[in-house]
Design a protein around this ligand. Sequence first.
Ligand code: GBH
Length: 481
Amino acid sequence: MPTQRRAFPEDFVFGAATAAYQIEGATTADGRGASIWDTFVRTPGVVLDGDTGDIACDHYHRYAEDIALMGRLGLQSYRFSTSWARVVPDGSNVNARGLDFYRRLVDELLAHDITPWLTLYHWDLPQAVQDTGGWPHRDTVHRFTEYALAVHDALGDRVPVWTTLNEPQCSAFVGHIAGRHAPGHTSATEGLLAAHHLLLAHGRAMRELRARDGGLTLGITLNLAPVDPVDPGDDRDRDAARRLDGQFNRWFLDPLFRGAYPADILRDLASAVPDAANALTAAIHADDLRTIAAPVDALGINYYQGACIGATPAATPPPSGDAPTARGGRSSWPLPHDLHGHDRGLPRTAMNWEVDPAALTRLLHRVTQEYTGATRTRLFVTENGAAYDDHPVTEHGRTRIPDTARADFLIAHLAAILDAVDAGVDVGGYFAWSLLDNFEWAWGYTRRFGLVHVDYATQRRTLKDSAHAYRDIIRTRSIPA
Ligand code: GBH
């Protein structure tokens, strides 16, 4: 008897995702300029083992081989990011050779019938733009819009889906408050200004791209997570959950979909960090929030895990998910209050992140109900995946990577998405993070998220068992029930 399977809607898109700095390498090729990540990785102690993205997966030279792998997987769409520092190395002049790489990439994707899904910014600001103030500086908004239009000049006729930013929360808060990402700063003021200018850059670029071509699908990707109080009956735990939800999710969703920053967090900021709050108020110009709230066609959601938060530390604190690098212990949030993670006894990945697919279903419902349901915005899960320690085995002279846990993770999250879809939530697609093992930021090459294994010594690619499982899911457009 055939096993029961659950089918996906006909127009549901299956893809995989990567980001420029994490896979491309070739950081000085064809006139590419330095980005803040090239600078950051050279600061002693910030990346595990002192790893850099100098070579990474050498995708810049191996993109054709990698697209052939995507073809074997049957991917319908490929989400990648363009490197601003390749396109505009000095922050102002366009580098045609940098754009040529993305022309070759997109042509090869189209030749394989794979729809390119382009992200303009996945954290790699040109160092030249950082040197004139970076995201805390308003002029960067203008620079970003010019860069977006330069990429559109080259690829506008062949790329149907454009997202502006990947996870502005990380660029702004992990980069400028926790200091664990580039540029490695630790200032609540800078974090809030960076977040505002990132959102404004999104809104401006959206407006310009929309004016050029009304047929494009435009959007942004946020990292979001349901936040639950450890004891829902405890006022202080509920308040801790409110503060984390407000700084993590609502700080970005509210301006984008309601045209206002969340009032409760603004109030908390004004009393806890008045200087930062005043700097933010001064940075918000009259029309900014209207620009930020321009309607988007696609909201990308990157989902990895939920959060269980208390006002006081757990008796047995859960393992930290932060990289054990020099600045490891600092909070990523503008509000200085303590937030404490609690364990729910769920299984954990090699990042120490909880495996919690049910929270993804709740998240999709909430975003629809509170934000996107009223507009025509479709939701896409633009990243979801897991790091596990892979152990290649040799069988009959061939290498195999038996990563059952990763395949199970994928299927469980696809099932969680189907639960939401069956209940009427409009989810248009799923992008596995990641196509390839790659440079995992502060964790260097010590954490592997790929469907495809990369042997960094030889750059050999091997499909993991999870890649085979995903190929079968795409081919049958269904998962085991
Ligand atoms: C995504 O971020 C990114 O878009 C992607 O590039 C990344 O590879 C993927 O997840 C897997 O991590 O610096 O150790 O203190 C997900 C959200 C937020 C998780 C920042 C890691 C910093 C941890 N990320 N967080 S650390």
